[in-house]
Design a protein around this ligand. Structure first.
Ligand code: UDP
Length: 234
């Protein structure tokens, strides 16, 4: 499938007309949903940068990445990871593709699975494991993944833990498509909200997140640094 790659301050992002179509043509692999925070983290964390560079699909999840592309003369369709993941779940129901969920607290995970069982009653969910595991449980989770052969594996452990975890373990099920989905389970479970559409349209989703989760302020200090780096690069 046609897709081109551009660099956002040295970190690649793939440009495509339709990301679900890209997913349909993937044999297996790793999907990364790139936002500004992740770009800034990857510039400091060589392991994360290398994982993103090797990922099979890197979608422009965040407004900063889209604005950067526009600034550099590329037309980028923003693809929020949570929306792509929901489209993949719809596809999984339509085509009877088995899915596996890993991540979030046990309560969130249960509510999230309930949500999808109501929304998509024929979705083949072959496993759901919370994201707070020790080494022994981790081995059991990996054995379950390997035995149940899911087509899609959604991992919600937060950035960069989920990307590192996927890179470390994806060989247990190389034909699956593994995707890090951050806080999506919390949203699907109904314990967190997404920003209203009007805020997304004017690129203020980050402000909504900050209001909902004020403890994020320290992580978000990288946003002005991103703008500064872009201007410096110019
Ligand atoms: N999480 C988890 N295990 C951990 C750390 C985090 O399952 O060891 C979950 C957490 O409960 C939440 C998600 O990972 O559901 C992280 O969400 P967040 O919104 O922080 O994601 P990010 O902003 O990093 O993409």
């Amino acid at each position: 499938m046609n897709k081109s790659v551009i660099s956002v301050l040295g970190i690649p992002v793939h440009l495509a007309e339709n990301y679900l179509e890209q997913v349909k043509h993937m044999a297996g692999g790793h999907i990364v949903t790139l936002n500004t925070e992740m770009v800034m983290l990857a510039r400091k964390n060589q392991d994360l940068a290398s994982i993103i560079t090797k990922a099979d699909l890197v979608v422009p999840d965040g407004a900063g990445v889209v604005l950067y592309g526009g600034y550099r003369g590329h037309k980028i369709h923003r693809c929020p990871g949570i929306e792509l993941a929901a489209e993949m779940l719809n596809l999984a129901q339509q085509e009877s593709l088995p899915v596996f969920f890993v991540g979030a607290s046990p309560e969130v995970l249960t509510r999230m699975v309930d949500h999808w069982q109501k929304q998509l009653p024929n979705l083949p969910i072959v496993g759901a494991e919370n994201g707070y595991f020790d080494e022994i449980t981790e081995q059991q989770i990996l054995t379950k993944i390997s035995a149940s052969k899911p087509r899609f594996i959604f991992v919600a452990l937060g950035v960069p833990k989920q990307e590192l975890w996927i890179a470390q373990h994806r060989s247990v099920c190389p034909d699956a498509i593994w995707m890090g989905v951050g806080g999506s389970f919390d949203v699907w479970a109904g314990v967190k909200q997404r920003a209203p559409q009007w805020m997304g349209k004017i690129h203020l989703e980050w402000l909504f997140r900050l209001m909902q989760e004020p403890w994020r302020w320290r992580r978000m200090l990288v946003l002005p640094q991103f703008v500064w780096q872009v201007l410096w690069e110019s």
